[in-house]
Ligand binder design. Structure first.
Ligand code: ADP
Ligand code: ZN
Length: 519
């Protein structure tokens, strides 16, 4: 039986006694020549899902991976386990490529790692056609979807590959990050049947998510790092300049930090990455250029000092903590100015209008994440289409002891203001009206004449805006549209307006939150 042999290889070649959830199921499908989509959290063990079949199938397994910089390491690790594998990418000259293809054709290697760009070349596909290929494994498969957060045009050419190859290999696509829409897109493009998905869910039981608002970033970080001495972690920020600034600031505090961003030269980046991996500098300050495929098991915290562009990126980056399964923290330091920075990035990008619109929507979800009172882990899982979860009991919201206050009256004020403004305006204007702002625009539009004008004085515009984010996160308001989303009242909001539902909130402004990691 194929399954028994797979279990044997698991022990013999990889030294593990049991399959993790989903692995055996995925392997069985692949061995039965069925196209499969594997969705597992980071560290879940996706690689074995194609590496074990690769050793059992008669032909070659081609592994498509966007992580060119890591191919060599991945292949070295396999070779160390006595698994014959090689790779082809732009760092290899054409004579060596020919040699490696020859090895593959002769069956001297069982796995061939290639970059997706290769498949844009007709010639390369022709060359592969001289080889019997049993399986095509597509790693980071969400890159094929324009709905995903990391779309790569080079991935589109992969859709046609199985047909272009004479041996019509089975396809196994793997990802740790796919909304239902992205998963559907992957399945469609790669001809994976609806029931061909092995989905172990996204939950990471050892991560505790925290949102920290209204705190001075520098002070928080300095304090946190002092309290967590000797721990390894990553601090993500949005710009190279901010990496440099924080690096200087934290170095002066004698903290063991290093840094990484795309503006540094290759040698320096490689050096810093290594310093981090080997814990010579256990704290990495980086932009999102850092981390793809980094397999450092003992990362104890990932702090986003600035809000990232969407929840998929956030979960992927935060998920680099705790790959060893030990308790770890994922912290978001939230301030509205960083949302403006992301607006700027979207405006600057050369994406078309529809795509910008999508990016604004995704950013909006990120803002809701930062303002929800619900379990943070549940919020994330819901976003990825997992609705059947219970509160994690570990995140900063689950642990928030403060009593929830009835804020129904304030909610009604906001909701009725939105209704009176005919659901045609966005957050800042609604907040201005409720705060009784006297700016020219409000006067010109005669919004001062609304019965809700100034209704929430003396609360500041900023406080009201945060409250609006809270109501949006809670599903009482919907924010639709691009850069300046328009607010409308949802059915749940209508119920509040009618007095059929109440709204509770754990105080309007977050109090100081503990930065201790003690359990
Ligand atoms: P992913 O690609 O899903 O992030 P990996 O394939 O890199 O995860 O696996 C993560 C870690 O788990 C690796 O160190 C791997 O050796 C280990 N691992 C995978 N499968 C098993 C298993 N069945 N039992 C124990 N450890 C496993
Ligand atoms: Zn929770």
């Amino acid at each position: 039986m194929a399954h028994a042999e797979a279990a044997h290889i698991l022990q013999e070649k990889f030294g593990y006694d049991h399959f993790r959830t989903g692995q055996d199921q995925a392997i069985e499908r692949v061995l039965a020549d069925e196209n499969t989509l594997v969705v597992m959290p980071t560290g879940g063990g996706k690689s074995l899902c194609y590496q074990i079949p690769a050793l059992m199938l008669p032909g070659l397994t081609v592994v498509v991976s966007p992580l060119i910089a890591l191919m060599k390491d991945q292949v070295d690790a396999l070779n160390d386990n006595g698994i014959p594998a090689t790779f082809i990418n732009s760092s290899i000259d054409f004579r060596e490529i020919d040699e490696r293809l020859r090895q593959a054709a002769a069956g001297e290697v069982k796995l061939l790692y290639v970059a997706p760009e290769r498949f844009e070349s007709e010639q390369f596909v022709d060359e592969l056609n001289d080889i019997k290929i049993s399986l095509l494994a597509i790693d980071e498969a969400h890159c094929i979807s324009q709905w995903g957060h990391d779309f790569r045009p080079s991935y589109l050419s992969l859709a046609a590959v199985p047909e272009r190859l004479a041996s019509h290999p089975a396809v196994i696509a793997l990802t740790a990050t796919a909304t239902p829409r992205v998963a559907q897109d992957i399945r469609q493009r790669l001809h994976i049947p609806d029931d061909g998905m092995v989905n172990t869910g996204f939950a990471r039981d050892n991560l505790s998510f925290q949102v920290v608002r209204g705190q001075d970033e520098d002070r928080y970080l300095a304090e946190y790092l002092k309290l967590n001495q000797d721990q390894s972690g990553i601090i993500y920020v949005s710009t190279r300049k901010e990496v440099e600034r924080l690096y200087t600031f934290l170095s002066r505090k004698k903290l063991p930090v290093t840094r990484y961003h795309a503006g540094m030269n290759d040698a320096e980046r490689a050096q810093n990455q290594e310093d981090f991996l080997f814990d010579r500098s256990p704290i990495m300050i980086a932009t999102n250029a850092f981390g793809m495929g980094i397999d450092k098991s003992n990362v104890r915290f990932v702090i986003h000092a600035q809000v990232p562009k969407d929840l998929e990126s956030y979960y992927q980056e935060a998920g680099r903590a705790g790959r060893d399964g030990l308790p770890s923290e994922a912290i978001l330091l939230f301030k509205p100015a960083d949302v403006q920075l992301q607006h700027f990035f979207i405006e600057q990008s050369d994406a078309d209008t529809a795509h910008k619109h999508l990016q604004y929507q995704k950013l909006q979800t990120m803002v809701q994440y930062a303002n929800t009172d619900d379990c943070l882990q549940q919020f994330i899982l819901r976003y990825f289409g997992q609705n059947d979860t219970s509160p994690c009991g570990r995140c900063s919201n689950c642990l928030d002891q403060r009593e929830a206050v009835d804020v129904t009256t304030d909610a009604q004020k906001v909701l009725s203001c939105v209704v009176r403004m005919h659901e045609r305006f966005g957050k800042s204007l609604v907040a201005q009206v409720l705060a009784g702002s006297n700016v020219q625009r409000i006067r010109e539009m005669r919004l001062t004449e609304l019965s809700t004008y100034g209704l929430m004085r003396p609360q500041s515009q900023k406080e009201i805006a945060t409250f609006i984010d809270f109501l949006t996160a809670g599903g009482f308001l919907a924010a639709r549209g691009g850069q300046y989303p328009t607010l409308s009242v949802t059915p749940a909001g209508v119920a509040v307006l009618k007095g059929e539902e109440t709204v509770h909130r754990k105080t309007a402004v977050r109090a100081h939150q503990s930065v201790s990691t003690d359990d």
